[in-house]
Design a protein around this ligand. Structure first.
Ligand code: ATP
Length: 238
C-alpha cells in the first residue's frame, strides 16, 4: 500500500533523509521510530504529498506521490505533528470545513462529521470552540479530520506528543482500534518506544536520515537478543 524507494530530501545543503526504502502492506500498522531530528516528519510530509522530495519515489496505493499529489491526498488521512485546527472554530464547524475541502458533497457533510467525531470520541463536544478544549481533545479532532472520507491510509506524525498519560492511553487505544478495524493501513511516527510497543506490529527505525532497522518488533528483539530499548540506543542514539 505504501512503497518508498531511494527517497532523499535535502534542505539546501542539509541532508534530512537519504536513500530511504521501505514498504507497508495493506492493513499493517507500522511504527516509524527515530530520535528527534532523525527525519520522521520530513518523510511523513513527503508521503502525504505535502512536500516534494529531492530524489527517489513514493507510491501510495500504486499512485506516485509526486506525479499525482491530489489523488494521493484523497486516499490519505494525515495528522501532522501540529494538528491543523483553527482555534476560533467550533469542532463541528472545523470538521465540516475539512469535509468540504476534501470533497464531501453538501448533503453528506453532517453525517460524515458525525461519523468521524464518533470514531475519534469527540461527538459529545461538537459545539465547543477548539480554543476551549484540552490538548488531548484537539489531538482527537486532528485524528477525526484525518478520518474524513474513510481513507485507506492513515499517516500520523507523533500523535501523542504533549499529552498527559491518560490522554496518551486514550489516543493509543483509538489508533489500535482503527488498526483492528481492518479498514486502514497506518504509519505512525514517534520517538517514544512505548508507543510502538502499544500500537505497532512492525518497526521501521530511522536515525540520522537513514533506515537502521525494519522488522517485526518480536523478530527485532529475537535477532538482537535484547529489548527494544537497548536496540534503539545501539542503532539510533549511539
Ligand atoms: P522531531 O521528532 O524532532 O520532529 P524528526 O525525526 O521529525 O524530528 P525532521 O523534522 O524530519 O525530523 O528533521 C530532520 C532534519 O532536517 C533535522 O536535522 C531538521 O533540523 C532538518 N529540517 C527539518 N525541516 C527543515 C527545514 N524546513 N529547513 C531546514 N532543515 C530542516
Amino acid at each position: 500500500m505504501i512503497e518508498v524507494e531511494g527517497l532523499t530530501k535535502r534542505y539546501r545543503d542539509h541532508v534530512a533523509v537519504e536513500g530511504l526504502s521501505f514498504k507497508v502492506n495493506k492493513g499493517e500498522i507500522v511504527g516509524f521510530l527515530g530520535p528527534n531530528g532523525a527525519g520522521k516528519s520530513t518523510t511523513m510530509r513527503i508521503l502525504t504529498g505535502s512536500m516534494p522530495a529531492t530524489a527517489g519515489r513514493a507510491l501510495i496505493g500504486g499512485i506516485d506521490v509526486f506525479e499525482d499529489p491530489l489523488a494521493v491526498k484523497r486516499r490519505v488521512g494525515y495528522l501532522p505533528e501540529i494538528p491543523p485546527v483553527y482555534l476560533d472554530m467550533s469542532v463541528t464547524g472545523y470538521l465540516a470545513f475539512v469535509a468540504r475541502l476534501k470533497g464531501v458533497k453538501g448533503g453528506s457533510v453532517k453525517a460524515e462529521v458525525e461519523r468521524v467525531a464518533t470514531l475519534a470520541g469527540v461527538d459529545h463536544i461538537l459545539p465547543r470552540l477548539i480554543r476551549n478544549i484540552s490538548k488531548g481533545y484537539r489531538q482527537r479532532v486532528g485524528i477525526a479530520q484525518a478520518l474524513i472520507n474513510d481513507p485507506e491510509v492513515l499517516i500520523l506524525d507523533e500523535p501523542t506528543v504533549g499529552l498527559d498519560p491518560i490522554q496518551i492511553e486514550q489516543v493509543r487505544k483509538l489508533i489500535t482500534d482503527l488498526g483492528q478495524s481492518g479498514r486502514h493501513t497506518i504509519i505512525l511516527s514517534t520517538h517514544i518506544l512505548g508507543e510502538v510497543r502499544a500500537t505497532c506490529e512492525r518497526i521501521v527505525m530511522i536515525a540520522r536520515g537513514h533506515i537502521v532497522a525494519d522488522a517485526k518488533l518480536k523478530e527485532l528483539e529475537t535477532t538482537h537478543g535484547t529489548p527494544l530499548e537497548q536496540i534503539f540506543t545501539k542503532l539510533a542514539v549511539a
